[in-house]
Design a protein around this ligand. Structure first.
Ligand SMILES: Cc1cc2nc3c(=O)[nH]c(=O)nc-3n(C[C@H](O)[C@H](O)[C@H](O)COP(=O)(O)OP(=O)(O)OC[C@H]3O[C@@H](n4cnc5c(N)ncnc54)[C@H](O)[C@@H]3O)c2cc1C
Length: 493
């Protein structure tokens, strides 16, 4: 029996490596830059951001232009391989590597250029292989422009814009997908198409929330804004002593409930997150106000009137780019010359709607949970990100206007646990336990950019009522599943 299994494994390995070899020849015949298991850099090239997930591609190709992407897709199709785009590689579960072994990975690192759009000073054509830090930095330094997008400089535009793309300016300007005017897409048959409100509107709808299922977006046309002159950075910290003070869980719940109630009417210029760090000894309400400190002060007073006095306050006026750097804790946003960071973690998200806010006792139960059952050699955080409220741009868009569905969204709550090396099941259980405690049995949605590969019922949780329409479009554009992988449209629930 064992010999037979070994034989099957060897046959499968040989078959895989001969497919890899032929696809590599096909790519090289087209003059494309390729790496495979023979390359000296293979180990590094295949190590994802979350080191818990490692898939071995058939090969990695590095296109320099759209026609290269098209030829790469055709080579993969010719040899029966699945294709996956890799932009910044910052997926939570290495989905850019195809979520299985043997995929042709199209690494877009050589396609990260920004150029002003010919027809408008406000619009820019941005290639999808750019990282958010490089994009923010270049838009600001070369053109004095800005956009709403996520905070980590290393995240790639390709994945981030594919599933939503939230940042501290999003309540004011929308998610990244809300700033997409048009896109260029390489499809499963290698054809290159433009999508916009007037050209292939169904695909334009689908790529704004689920792009990875429809092809490889090579570039976006994005609406940008003049960089704000004044941004007010703020952070209010509330200290707790959970071990010595029995009332601490109730006080923790009071503050989060006050923040939740206040945020329904918060002005759209506020981007705010409640961060709870390791042990929950500190809760920080921090973010940016897109305006002067004078305008911010009365808004802050209304928040602190609701929460009570913090133990520490920090408020400073900054330029747009300084505020982004400070939020990220970096002195420059450009990633050039900085070694690629990596982490070992598990994360979950919950989407809390405006109609169904969280009850105060879910916060106090959460506090009791995280103070009693923490595994050793493990750190964690929870973020209560404000996406909605009555004044938010995100909530002003109908749920069926883009593939991203959660427009009645109030908070996205993110639970993240990490270690410096090995991973044990109790770490995953701890993170899942925090999310379950907060949800209290409610079936809440989830955010597809905070990808959770173990999520049950992901079709409904990520895409809600938009899933059926997404599946219809995918059946027409990728009937043989060239881009199919775990949690892409059409995969098993
Ligand atoms: C440290 C960190 C901080 C983060 N902060 C935020 C945040 O503030 N806000 C937020 O909204 N999200 C945030 N995220 C989540 C992030 O937006 C997603 O993980 C995102 O999908 C990563 O994109 P990527 O291009 O780096 O990843 P990749 O692994 O390259 O790609 C992720 C997915 O997108 C697909 N994809 C990539 N490029 C393309 C393309 N050009 N065309 C089609 N499909 C493509 C891939 O195939 C894969 O399925 C954060 C993630 C990390 C790790």
């Amino acid at each position: 029996m064992f010999k037979f299994a070994l034989l099957l494994f060897l046959v499968a390995t040989l078959a895989r490596s001969s497919t890899a070899a032929t696809v590599v020849s096909c790519l090289e015949d087209h003059g494309l830059e390729v790496e495979d298991s023979q390359s000296p850099n293979w180990m590094d090239a295949t190590t994802p951001f979350n080191t818990r997930f490692r898939y071995i591609p058939a090969a990695i190709v590095y296109p320099k232009k759209t026609s290269d992407v098209s030829e790469a897709v055709l080579c993969a199709v010719k040899y029966g391989l699945h294709v996956s785009a890799l932009s910044g590689g910052h997926s939570y579960s290495a989905s850019g590597y195809g979520s299985r072994n043997g995929t042709l990975v199209v690494n877009l690192r050589n396609m990260g250029r920004i150029s002003p759009h010919s027809s408008s000073d406000n619009n820019f054509v941005i290639q999808s292989g750019i990282r958010l830090g490089d994009m923010a930095s270049e838009l600001y330094s070369e053109y004095n422009r800005s956009m709403a997008h996520g905070t980590c400089p290393w995240v790639g535009l390709g994945g981030h814009a594919g599933f939503g793309g939230w940042g501290l300016a999003s309540r004011n300007w929308g998610l990244v997908i809300d700033q997409v005017i048009a896109a260029e897409l390489v499809q499963a048959d290698g054809t290159v198409v433009n999508v916009s409100a007037t050209e292939r509107p169904e695909l334009y709808w689908a790529i704004r929330g689920a792009s990875a299922s429809y092809g490889i977006v090579t570039q976006y046309t994005m609406k940008t804004q003049e960089a704000p002159v004044n941004v007010t950075r703020f952070a209010y910290n509330f200290a707790f002593n959970f071990t010595a003070d029995d009332r601490a869980p109730e006080r923790f719940a009071e503050i989060l409930s006050a923040y939740q109630n206040w945020s329904f009417t918060a002005p759209k210029e506020i981007g705010i997150v409640a961060n709870v760090w390791q042990l929950g000894q500190d809760l920080e309400l921090g973010g940016i106000y897109m305006g002067s400190r004078t305008d911010f002060d009365p808004i802050a007073a209304s928040l602190l009137n609701a929460t009570g006095e913090p133990s520490q306050r920090y408020v400073q006026e900054r330029s747009w780019i300084e505020a982004l750097e400070e939020v990220n804790g970096v002195t420059k946003l450009s990633t050039e010359g900085i070694p690629e960071p990596r982490d070992t973690f598990h994360a979950k998200s919950l989407v809390v709607s405006m109609e169904n806010p969280l009850a105060p006792d879910s916060f106090s139960k959460l506090a009791k949970n995280f103070t009693t059952s923490i595994p050793s050699n493990f750190s964690w955080f929870i973020q209560f990100e404000l996406w909605g409220g009555h004044n938010s741009h995100i909530s002003s868009i109908p749920a069926d206007a883009t593939a991203y569905p959660h427009r009645n969204h109030h908070w996205t709550v993110q639970f993240y646990g990490r270690t410096n090396g090995s991973w044990f099941p109790q770490y995953t259980e701890f993170v899942d336990g925090l999310a379950d405690t907060l949800a209290q049995g409610k079936e809440l949605g989830a955010y597809a950019n905070y990808l959770d590969p173990y999520l049950q019922g992901w079709k409904k949780k990520y895409y809600d009522r938009n899933y059926a329409r997404l599946e219809e479009i995918r059946k027409k554009t990728d009937p043989s599943g060239v881009f199919l992988k775990s949690q892409n449209i059409g995969a098993a629930d």
